[in-house]
Design a protein around this ligand. Structure first.
Ligand code: PRX
Length: 655
């Protein structure tokens, strides 16, 4: 396949994997979704999704399932009205399930809270009443930067209940990143906490939001949860304690229905250019697919299962598979605040044992970390409650898949490798645990009602064994409805690559195996995937260049045994700047301050030149060769072919 400007999909390293695991007969016999669903989904896609929408409770039924007349701007369940929060909370209480635990919350220092659906209804109602008291009205934007504490979930659901559009910003993002997201969405309220527990110690959070809100005129109030009790600076009139404003509110709140296409949230994600994109999701279609896929892919049995997704609510996985999917299905779930090795490396297994977790959904980077820590650690715990394991965020290498199955799943549990994106809103390609004969490293097949293809440069579907680009050739209910405030960028980014064919271009390389199953191969654009987090090379380059000593920077994602990819930066210093022992540290720290610790380069290499084409484009492919210690590839299109020698020699002399 041809390469765009970024990562080279590695077709070859997966081609030798041939192991297959059939589902156990008793699992299949009791599974929520069988093979017939695929036929239903293909025979009449709209009827299939209408049936799934009926799993929710609607105040007004839709008139039309899909309006694609103004493609690529979709409308699903046109004319339908529902309240997303009432679907996640009230209807379970009304069905007599108020005493069921919704959230077993586990704090990092060892504190915990069991929150029933009745409790959740009270908390969400109080929060909604507080937000109303603050003058917020349907359509207003609310920014949320919070740790994994219950109030974060109450806040998201209170927004959904009032038709407010939440924009959750991952707790690890810098004040500059938070500020640009608040500005872009013109958020009126920010919800945060004084601090959070990470790696066994309290860390401040409000300090970061204070730096951001010093420059965000749209923010009227900052609502602050007291989590660590650490000291905070206070701006009278603007800052409000959660316990002073929310706790005194009435415990009931009447939820109003909203249009199926009412905006539910914005979530910013990295693209190929510097500015993060505000991905917009709406209500009815999003909830339909989040809810159905959670039920189907995890074979969810809400009466008996205990589900745990280890993501953070700051990412789409936390939105769809901690908040909206699981709660709409009325399951009991675990929410854990902290890091997986606090206070010890068995913390996750201890939680699974204690809460009898039956479905565990995590990321390959964490699985590889567990592998590094050793199989003897999970072996010390009783993990027999587990019956389905999930993976998300990046391609899972077959070794990690097999380790997961053997050491966590006792060679018994199905593994669902789920491919999807912030933009798709919900899972698109994944095995179904009662149907699919799973293959380590393959997400395999589009879910019922979803259509995905691997195509070549021209958009022609490749044959079995062929590789190319992953596209989605039919609209789906939880698809993004656009990029906040930028329709042109929406069209350009996703729909222009195969404009004549009307395909959504996912930005991923993929291949079909001999059975026609799909194997994802990583990004084909300038987006890196570090521990399952999307970071654009341009974003990191801009951060580096914003440092006064840096003249030019080029960033690549180099393969990394634990994090999938690691960020490697090649930096040219300004004429007057002389590198010393602290230069590399200073630049790495600078990126952490500008974007957040997740974007800190693994390596910063100071060079005198960068490889460029005659048109001035940096040839990242060659830099990746250097970063991955490979022989340098074809340099014939370089403007100056001696540059790579200079870089390689320069590096040797500095190491
Ligand atoms: O490259 C794919 C990778 O993660 C990207 C989407 O990132 P984000 O929007 O942050 O959402 C992550 C959580 C859904 C995709 O374009 N990706 C995600 N899941 C997989 C994956 N790559 C391979 N296999 C997966 N299961």
């Amino acid at each position: 396949m041809t390469e765009q400007s970024g990562q080279t999909p590695t077709l070859d390293n997966l081609s030798t994997e041939s192991r297959v695991f059939a589902p156990a007969d008793d699992f299949s016999a009791a599974a929520n979704v069988g093979a017939a669903a695929y036929e239903q989904g293909t025979a009449d896609r709209e009827a299939f999704w209408a049936e799934q929408a009926d799993r929710l409770s609607w105040d007004t039924r839709w008139e039309r399932v899909l309006d694609w007349d103004d493609a690529p701007f979709a409308k699903w369940f046109v004319g339908g009205k529902l309240n997303v929060a009432a679907n996640c909370v009230d209807r379970h209480v009304e069905a007599g399930l108020g005493d069921r635990v919704a959230i077993h919350w586990v704090g990092e220092p060892g504190d915990s809270r069991a929150i029933t659906y009745a409790d959740l209804l009270r908390e969400v109602s109080k929060t909604a009443n507080a937000l109303t008291e603050l003058g917020l009205e349907a359509g207003d934007r609310v920014a949320i930067q919070m740790p994994m504490i219950p109030e974060a979930i109450f806040s998201m659901l209170a927004c959904a209940r009032l038709g407010l559009v939440h924009s959750v910003v991952f707790g690890g993002f810098s004040s500059a990143a938070l500020r640009s997201r608040i500005d872009d969405a013109q958020a009126r309220l920010l919800i945060t906490s004084d601090g959070q527990y990470r790696r066994g110690a309290p860390a401040p959070m409000k300090d970061n939001t204070d730096e951001a809100t010093a420059h965000t005129p749209s923010i009227e109030h900052v609502l602050v949860v007291r989590r660590t009790g650490g000291e905070v600076k206070w701006t009278d009139g603007r800052d409000l304690w959660w316990h002073e404003v929310v706790d005194r509110q009435a415990e009931t709140h009447e939820a109003q229905p909203f249009d199926a296409e009412h905006p539910l949230f914005i979530l910013y994600t990295s693209g190929t250019t510097g500015n993060p994109k505000g991905i917009l999701h709406t209500s009815g279609g999003y909830l339909t697919q989040a809810s159905y896929t959670h039920h189907a892919v995890f074979d969810l049995k809400p009466e008996t299962d205990v589900y745990w997704c280890t993501a953070d609510i700051g990412w789409i996985t936390g939105h769809s598979y901690i908040v909206y999917g699981p709660l709409s299905n009325g399951v009991t779930q675990v929410v854990y605040e902290g890091t997986p090795n606090t206070p010890h490396e068995g913390r996750h297994w201890e939680i699974i044992q204690e809460h009898k977790v039956s479905i565990y959904y995590t990321a390959p980077t964490l699985i590889r970390t567990f592998m590094k820590w050793g199989a003897d650690i999970p072996a010390r715990y009783d993990l027999s409650s587990l019956r389905v394991l999930g993976s998300v965020g990046e391609p899972i290498n077959p070794e990690a898949w097999i380790w997961y199955r053997e050491n966590v799943g006792a060679n018994r549990t199905p593994i669902v490798d789920t491919w999807w994106q912030t933009e798709t809103g919900a899972i698109m390609i994944s095995p179904l645990p009662g149907v699919t004969h799973t293959k380590p490293g393959s997400a395999q097949r589009a879910l019922p009602g979803i259509s995905a293809k691997v195509v070549d440069d021209q958009g022609v579907e490749v044959g079995k064994g062929g590789g190319g680009y992953l596209v989605l050739d039919q609209p789906w209910p939880s698809m993004l409805r656009g990029i906040w405030g930028d329709n042109d960028r929406y069209r350009d980014t996703y729909w222009s690559r195969f404009a004549d064919l009307g395909f959504y271009f996912a930005g991923d390389g993929a291949k079909y195996d001999a059975d026609g199953d799909i194997w994802l191969l990583g990004r084909v654009d300038d987006v890196m995937n570090v521990s399952g987090h999307r970071i654009s090379t341009t974003e990191v380059e801009s951060a580096l260049v914003s440092h006064p000593t840096v003249a030019e920077a080029a960033v690549v994602g180099a393969s990394d045994p634990t994090t999938g990819q690691g960020i490697v930066a090649f930096v040219i210093l300004r004429g007057s700047a002389k590198p010393d022992d602290s230069t590399v540290k200073t630049l790495r720290d600078h990126v952490a301050t500008e974007i957040g610790p997740i974007a800190k380069p693994r390596q910063v290499l100071i060079v005198n030149e960068l490889p460029k084409t005659r048109s001035g484009k940096i040839m990242r492919r060659l830099l990746r060769d250097v970063a991955e210690n490979r022989a340098i590839g074809d340099t014939t299109t370089l403007a100056d072919s001696a540059v790579m020698d200079l870089i390689s020699t320069g590096l040797k002399s500095t190491t």
